[in-house]
Design a protein around this ligand. Structure first.
Ligand code: PMP
Length: 428
């Protein structure tokens, strides 16, 4: 993509833009906004969609399909009805799924800790070795933080419209220190990119110097569509097996943004060998998961169609918020060449790229308007974006009106920062 730059306008036109933008900023600052566009949280209305689930299973409904008492200990891998339902969502068989507690981030954390202390199936402990993870950028700050917390080196890889730059990835995995790679294959956080089939095939088939290399395949947004389009999940287990790397992928997902962000279900999925490895570790950690929550989820969502219907209700609530942001950005910044932004077809974020060296300033200007943004750099390893050009907007939580007001303010701040960078606010 071409570099963004202040385009050639006459000095008069630039001075006029500067005067208008500064006046608009002063007006908005006086309005005393208090808006938060920082984290990708579901709104209260989205959580309300799962209200009916809270009364379930209820009425002494606690016997599972195989006749277990869901109130008791046991059932380490999860109820077969839950594994069938969410296996269908992930495009894998019920046997390939483990149902855990509420947080997939916790499942990823456990996998990293177990890999460090004990090694993945058939491998040596990672601890004491030089360990690095490939990190598609822009990416998810909590993935990066998880690695940082354990001293795992983070190697950035640029994202393209088809997923991570595979030429770079294939070059980097020739280093035996590279033990893992973060992947959000569908509606990636934050740029909304869905990996192309060619990208996924290359990830499945590429030779890696580390025999115990793992794809950390975080399918957090697999059914979180913002359009009528519903891409099927990638068959990562089938592709890795066909390429002779059956244990390459650890799949993660949760219902945090399907049912309840704080009380959903989290999943691990993988090959036979990886499920056995996972269950061996998790069996020391717990006697069994919360199976009433699994019953609650299966009774409520029922089947894959039920999940899609539920996600369509989310979409009706949040698609207008995404549209409001895009409209506000386009109204002020369209055609100026000062910024470009994603039009995501799913997921929770809009990524805005602006003039290099201006993202921090935009966050500061927005703060002056009472608009909280995710810190500039958050989408890069260690929170440092050498270009200082990328911001992640999270429009789901505030009301449509607030999202619109915030996006108008943010667009204004991007415009103003660009004019400042050109030294035009002083000239005006
Ligand atoms: N992965 C990604 C890509 C995310 O954006 C998030 C945040 N919703 C998570 C994982 C966290 O998921 P969980 O709530 O299951 O811990």
């Amino acid at each position: 993509a071409e570099t963004l730059a202040v385009t050639l306008l006459s000095p008069e036109a630039l001075a006029a833009q500067g005067a208008e933008a500064r006046a608009a900023y002063a007006r908005l600052a006086a309005a005393g906004l208090k808006l938060d566009m920082t984290r990708g949280k579901p709104s209260p209305e989205q959580l309300d969609l799962a209200d009916g689930m809270l009364a379930l299973p209820g009425n002494r409904d606690f016997v599972t399909e195989t006749g277990e008492d869901a109130r008791n200990y046991g059932g380490l891998q999860g109820l077969v009805e839950a594994r069938r339902l969410f296996g269908a969502m992930l495009g894998v068989s019920p046997e390939a799924v483990v149902v855990n507690e509420n947080s997939s981030l916790a499942v990823m954390h456990d996998c990293i800790v177990w890999a460090l202390l004990k090694g993945v199936a058939g491998g040596k402990p990672w601890v004491g070795q030089d360990v690095a993870f490939l990190c598609p950028v822009p990416g998810y700050d909590r993935h990066f933080g998880l690695c940082e917390g354990f001293g795992i080196r983070l190697i950035p890889v640029p994202m393209t419209g088809e997923g991570p730059d595979m030429d770079a990835v294939e070059r980097l995995v020739a280093d035996p220190a590279v033990k893992g790679m973060w992947c959000v294959p569908v509606y990636s956080n934050p740029d909304g990119v869905t990996y192309s089939d060619a990208t996924v095939r290359r990830l499945a088939a590429m030779p890696t110097a580390a025999p115990d290399f793992r794809l950390f395949w975080d399918n957090a947004y697999g059914v979180h569509h913002l359009t009528e389009n519903r891409p099927a999940p990638h068959d990562i287990l089938g592709l890795t097996a066909a390429a002779g790397h059956p244990d390459r992928a650890f799949i993660f997902a949760s219902t945090s943004k399907i049912t309840l962000a704080g009380a959903g279900l989290a999943f691990f999925a993988g090959s036979k060998g990886n499920v056995a490895w996972y269950l061996e570790q998790v069996g020391r950690r717990t006697i069994g998961p919360d199976k009433l929550n699994q019953l609650r989820h299966t009774r409520f969502l029922r089947d894959l169609d039920g999940i899609h219907r539920h996600m369509a209700a989310h979409r009706r609530l949040i698609a207008p918020k995404f549209a409001a942001v895009l409209e506000a950005l386009d109204t002020r910044l369209g055609g100026l060449g000062l910024a470009r932004w994603t039009t995501p077809e799913g997921g929770y974020f809009i990524t805005v790229e602006m003039l290099q060296g201006s993202a921090k300033r935009v966050v500061e200007l927005a703060r002056g308007l009472g608009i909280a943004l995710t810190p500039a750099g958050a989408t890069s390893p260690h929170g440092r974006d050498p270009t200082d050009a990328v911001l992640r907007l999270a429009p789901t939580y505030p009301s449509v009106e607030d999202v619109r007001a915030a996006a108008e303010g943010i667009a204004l701040c991007i415009h103003l920062a660009a004019l400042e960078a050109a030294g035009l606010d002083r000239a005006a």
